[in-house]
Design a protein around this ligand. Structure first.
Ligand code: PHE
Length: 452
């Protein structure tokens, strides 16, 4: 099976595809906000530490398991463990990826709707108009469904074209475009009057804010942002070649992801501060606050405001689509390999089932609000269960599995490409995977339930 397995065609394509999976809505709406709230540059330093000491080793671990297995995430864990209970960790990864696809698709669909609304000039008006526009749209029973269907179909067509012709090709077009859009908006935002205040908010280090929760926020964000424990990294690594230097690749992907997150901050905060708006977080930041920010900031040049707003939502849609592709691939490879179906049929199962999940999540925000538990909508529950429960459990057990149960020689062979690349960092890697990462993940897990 492994001889005929698809693979990425070039190194740059492989890095762009993996980085595309990692760069997503989390970089644009969560990172800048967390940075501003948690001590600016001080938070960025802590975040970089988390990426370096925890995110990269966890990513390398998933690379090792994925490339070794050369199959979907469930089977990769199964092969690495010789078929024992550790394969359930792989299954959890597939399940996490599968469940996220639906609700991530809903938000990705909102981004497409906003591209459309920007083109039609519907996002102007006072702040309360944009707020009610978002509220009526996101709770509408039909329109979000249309965009969810559209974005899932788009993803579907990329996926059925295969790893090289679909995923790699799309990433090679979308990621450079995303970068260009990002740079254009950062430049426009930083040229606005009073932009310096936003830059200061983002970069002024305030070490007095650094406490335990800052560390845990940075840690949680680094895992989410790098798409750790969702099956995506492991699935993409199953298409890596035996020559791919796994440590270098993890560093490159993390650098791209972090750079995009910091640039996203430089895109949002200078514009927000130049019009005196204090940016909030989450969906309200990108779907309610920002349309106002752009129209006010460029009020003297409405055409520029219109263009920037359009470019911003295009950028957001690109970031979301590349992540959605990586999520879809987790389940497509699982269904097609485990049920012995063609890639096309596997993809149809995923597109249809995730559409249903997404539709239920979307309806739970409006007409089906009875679908809530403890005041949380179905949408929030999916977010909570996958991000706060499955993600840490999957990450924790992946570290324990690779650090303590897989034969050391197997890990070393994968890490060093069978002795052809340097083993200089292997000792540090093993130390981090065995002790530091599991303890750190355990602490975020316990912290979010108020245990520590
Ligand atoms: N890493 C993505 C982001 O930063 C989120 C994501 C998680 C995407 C899991 C795919 C899978 O937004």
């Amino acid at each position: 099976m492994s001889e005929e397995r698809a693979s990425f065609g070039s190194k740059i394509g492989m890095i762009l595809a993996t980085a595309g999976g990692a760069v997503g809505l989390g970089n644009v709406w969560r990172f800048p906000y967390l940075t501003g709230q948690n001590g600016g540059a001080a938070f960025i330093l802590v975040y970089l530490g988390c990426v370096l000491l925890l995110g990269i080793p966890c990513m390398v671990s998933e690379f090792i398991i994925g490339r070794h297995g050369a199959s979907n995430t469930f089977r990769a864990y199964s092969k690495m463990s010789g078929g024992n209970a550790w394969k359930l960790v792989g299954l959890l990864g597939v399940m996490t990826g599968f469940l996220i696809t639906g609700y991530y698709g809903v938000v990705a669909g909102w981004c497409l709707q906003y591209v459309y609304s920007s083109v039609m000039g519907e996002l102007s008006g006072d702040p309360s108009a944009v707020k009610s526009y978002f509220e009526s749209f996101s709770t509408d029973p039909v329109r979000p469904m249309f965009w969810l269907g559209a974005i899932l179909l788009l993803t579907h067509f990329v996926i059925i074209r295969g790893v090289r012709g679909g995923i790699e090709r799309a990433s090679k077009m979308m990621m450079p475009t995303l970068f260009i859009l990002l740079l254009v908006i950062v430049a426009s935002s930083c040229m606005l009057p009073d932009a310096g205040k936003g830059i200061a908010f983002l970069f002024k280090p305030d070490f007095s804010k650094v406490d335990q929760s800052v560390f845990l926020n940075a840690l949680g964000q680094s895992f989410y942002s790098l798409s750790i424990a969702m099956g995506c990294i492991c699935t993409y690594a199953s298409y890596y070649s035996r020559q791919t230097n796994l440590l270098h690749s993890a560093v490159q992907v993390s650098l791209v992801d972090t750079l995009v997150a910091i640039l996203a901050g430089l895109m949002i905060f200078p514009a927000a501060f130049s019009v005196g708006v204090n940016p909030g977080s989450g969906p309200s930041l990108i779907f309610i606050t920002l349309p106002n920010v752009f129209s006010q900031a460029f009020a003297s040049m409405p055409v520029i405001g219109w263009i920037i707003s359009l470019l911003f939502y295009l950028l957001l849609s690109l970031a979301a689509i590349t992540s959605l592709i990586s999520l879809h691939e987790v389940s497509t490879s699982f269904f097609s390999e485990e049920l012995h179906l063609s890639r096309q049929k596997g993809a149809v199962i995923v597109t249809v089932t995730t559409f249903v999940i997404g539709a239920v999540c979307s309806l739970s925000l409006g007409d089906w609000s009875f679908l809530s538990i403890g005041g949380k909508s179905c949408f929030d529950i999916f977010d909570f269960v996958t991000g706060q429960i499955f993600l840490p459990i999957g990450g924790f057990f992946t570290c324990i599995f690779l650090g303590w149960f897989v034969p050391l020689q197997t890990v070393r062979d994968e890490f060093t490409n069978w002795g052809t690349v340097s083993a200089r960092f292997f000792g540090i890697f093993m130390f981090l995977i065995r002790f530091v990462c599991p303890l750190a993940i355990l602490s975020i897990f316990l912290h979010q339930f108020g245990v520590i």
